[in-house]
Ligand binder design. Structure first.
Ligand SMILES: *Cc1c(COP(=O)(O)O)cnc(C)c1O
Length: 374
């Protein structure tokens, strides 16, 4: 099986696997316990909190561990909006039509509860422009939530500029950085963001763990999503999974040794030259500057559905995002870019990782060519 789906989940790094095994064996104690075993677990958790904070240019006191980016997105958006609804206010949320499905589900839910939501439409690359955000701001806008890197196209949003606009208007900005963290610059001050969502399994860490960055957490009125026994500054209840968090820290430390710009660019170029050489027509979606490890292609003269069926046991590929795979509806991201059904069905998302070789790329090119009319 050749894996081209690192945007759905990045292959677990070898040192993460090793670390998970060790900590699963030795760190069975509850990290909130006051005995020595508890303290040792807590120490590992606090180490990861420090490493994560440092990588974002944040303070450790601004990091909350969660089960992943889906939960973090829920925690932040509901955590900001629900207290306002409870106070009888009519908050306004600005987001976009090309966010991860979970952000759209959260927004739809909050609309039912009386929140006003604006869904900004992207340009043809899938990008949201700062001017759009500026003109959507209203008196009652309480939060802007826009993803950093799109998980189907690899498009990078100008979050830093959008952040300046939000700062000026004194409106907090949240960015879902599940796809960008450690792959491109995600310093919270450079990006001008107040909230950020991160997932460990998108950087070679384990599934089931992630984090929220919350600027000046202690001064904020964030309502918890999971009410508990005071863990995570009272914002997220539940016993912390010591092994998952320790392994998350290991992934943060090691990821950059595996993920390099040069290598990703090389793989992408090999793919495109290979397709050209075999006369396969393609269009690259998402504009010129996308996440290096990902490429969205529309192959007008190829039978992509046939390819996906035929290579089911040999290639791990994705048509849209993994979360909506298996649905017969075209992806909401491609629909927002005005792709018709035909174009959407001929679109492939290919994402790379350190385990991919030049031979893997050649195998993919040959397979695509097999399903292409000349
Ligand atoms: C993968 C992903 C998520 C979901 O993260 P989980 O940790 O799997 O819950 C959210 N947003 C984006 C942009 C993603 O790519």
């Amino acid at each position: 099986m050749i894996y081209f789906d690192s945007l759905a989940s990045y292959p677990m790094l070898p040192e993460v696997r090793e670390d998970l095994q060790l900590t699963m064996q030795s760190h069975y104690a509850n990290p909130s316990a006051s005995h020595m075993l508890g303290e040792q677990g807590k120490e590992l958790i606090e180490d990861t909190r420090e490493v994560l904070a440092e990588s974002l240019g944040a303070f450790a006191s601004e990091i909350i561990f969660t089960s992943g980016a889906t939960e973090t997105n829920n925690l932040i958006i509901k955590g900001v909006i629900l207290p306002l609804l409870l106070k009888g206010k009519k908050p306004h949320l600005i987001t976009s039509a090309v966010e991860h499905k979970c952000i759209l589900s959260i927004s739809n839910y909050l609309e039912l509860l009386g929140c006003e939501v604006t869904y900004l439409n992207p340009n043809s690359k899938g990008e949201i422009k700062p001017a759009q955000v500026k003109s959507a701001l209203k008196e009652n806008t309480s939060l802007v939530s826009l993803m950093h890197v799109n998980n189907e196209l690899g498009t990078i949003n100008p979050i830093s500029e959008i952040g300046s606009i939000c700062t000026e208007a004194r409106i907090p900005l949240h960015t879902d950085a599940a796809q960008s963290y450690l792959k491109i610059q995600t310093d919270v001050d450079e990006l001008n963001v107040d909230f950020m969502s991160i997932s460990a399994h998108k950087i070679g860490g384990p599934k089931g763990v992630g984090a929220a960055y919350i600027r000046d957490l202690k001064d904020l009125d964030i309502s918890p999503l999971v009410h508990g026994a005071g863990q995570e500054f009272g914002v997220r209840g539940g016993t912390l999974p010591t092994p998952l968090i320790a392994a998350f820290g290991t992934a943060i430390g090691a990821f950059r040794n595996y993920y390099t710009l040069e290598r990703n660019i090389e793989l992408k170029e090999k793919l495109l030259t290979g397709l050209k050489r075999l006369g396969v027509r393609y269009r690259v979606n998402g504009g010129a500057e996308t996440l290096p490890s990902c490429i969205s292609l529309t192959l007008a003269s190829s039978n992509i559905e046939g390819l996906l069926r035929g290579s089911h046991q040999s290639l791990a590929l994705s048509q849209g995002s993994a979360c909506s795979a298996g649905s017969i509806e075209p992806s909401h991201v491609l629909t927002s870019l005005h792709f018709n059904r035909e174009e959407a069905s001929k679109t492939l998302r290919i994402s790379f990782s350190h385990i991919n070789t030049a031979e893997d790329i050649q195998a993919l090119v040959n397979e695509i060519a097999k399903y292409t009319e000349s």
